[in-house]
Ligand binder design. Structure first.
Ligand code: R1P
Ligand code: URA
Length: 286
């Protein structure tokens, strides 16, 4: 293409010097909420001891309110909204951005929230394989009028590196497990508390227990397409989500604001330690 307009990011190859803006990016962290991704960028700014306090960090995608994007040193922090269609659009444009900017050796990590199955709320799950609602490691993309099935395996070595890193963080239970990705938060995750509910409590528990037996430890809404797209495009990818509740116990999320904020910081702390280690900064900083 003579020109590539990354419409939903409000960036383009003719309007922006993408290699100058993004050429040094080595880590991309993505998550649903704009505020979380801004807070993560500010946190990374401090952790990397970059100049200034990072409080005035600017949203690179300020020209659109679809997604937000912050850059601090070699770390890019991007929001993706909720669900497969939303993250998929962002990933198409982000991956093209990394290509146009000539970035190499990029690691991409989704830092999210999720519902746990049979594990304590506040636990952090590092995904080994993302599975669909049938507990299968696949993502089905409708292309023209065909269903194309793509693999959702994630980088096992990266997952293990992250798990090893988590051992150094006290008081945050962390485990590796399968993550189930659904198209809906309510009926699609077996919740009884949506506006619609077409099954019994017994059926819900039977489904979630079968998920647990298949190795699923948490449920969220983006991991399959994230794994599939990053895998096909050759990006080293990981999914790290904190659990907000145990779905065998309840459906409603009734955590106080402070607890919710602290839980959401748990994957951020792990990823920040990992990035510092990768950059060889840990010893100088501790
Ligand atoms: O906290 P984030 O990253 O948005 O992830 C989870 O939270 C949202 C639902 O509340 C879904 O997007 C799900 O995947
Ligand atoms: O239960 C939950 C909590 C967060 N995000 C989800 O997708 N499900």
């Amino acid at each position: 293409m003579d020109e590539d307009i990354l419409y939903h990011l409000d960036l383009g190859t003719k309007t922006h010097n993408l290699p100058a803006m993004f050429g040094d990016v080595k880590f991309v962290c993505v998550g649903g909420s704009p505020n979380r991704m801004k807070a993560f960028a500010q946190f990374m700014h401090k952790e990397l001891r970059l100049e200034g306090d990072g409080e005035d960090i600017e949203d690179i995608c300020a020209g659109t309110d679809r997604y937000c994007m912050f850059k601090t040193g070699p770390v890019l922090s991007v929001s993706h909204g909720m669900g497969i269609p939303s993250i998929s659009i962002m990933l198409h444009e982000l991956i093209k951005l990394l290509h146009h900017a000539h970035c190499c050796d990029v690691t991409i990590i989704r830092i999210g929230t999720s519902g746990g199955i049979g594990i304590a709320p506040g636990s952090v799950v590092i995904t080994d394989t993302a599975v669909d609602s049938f507990f299968k490691p696949r993502f089905e993309q409708v292309i023209l009028d065909n269903v194309v099935t793509r693999s959702t395996e994630l980088d096992k070595e990266l997952a293990n590196d992250l798990f090893n890193c988590s051992r150094e963080i006290p008081n945050v239970p962390t485990l590796i497990g399968h993550t189930m990705c659904t198209y809906d938060f309510y009926e699609g995750q077996g919740r009884l508390d949506g506006a619609l509910c077409s099954f019994s409590r017994e059926k819900k528990l039977d489904y979630l227990k079968r998920a647990y037996r298949a190795g699923v430890r948490n449920i969220e809404m983006e991991s399959t397409v994230f794994a599939a797209m990053c895998g096909l495009c050759g990006l080293r990818a990981a999914v790290v989500c904190v659990t907000l509740l145990d779905r065998l116990e309840s459906d409603q999320i009734n955590l106080s604001h402070d607890v919710l904020v602290e839980y959401q910081q748990r994957p951020q702390l792990l990823i920040s330690n990992f990035i510092k280690k990768q950059l060889g900064l840990c010893d100088q900083m501790s």
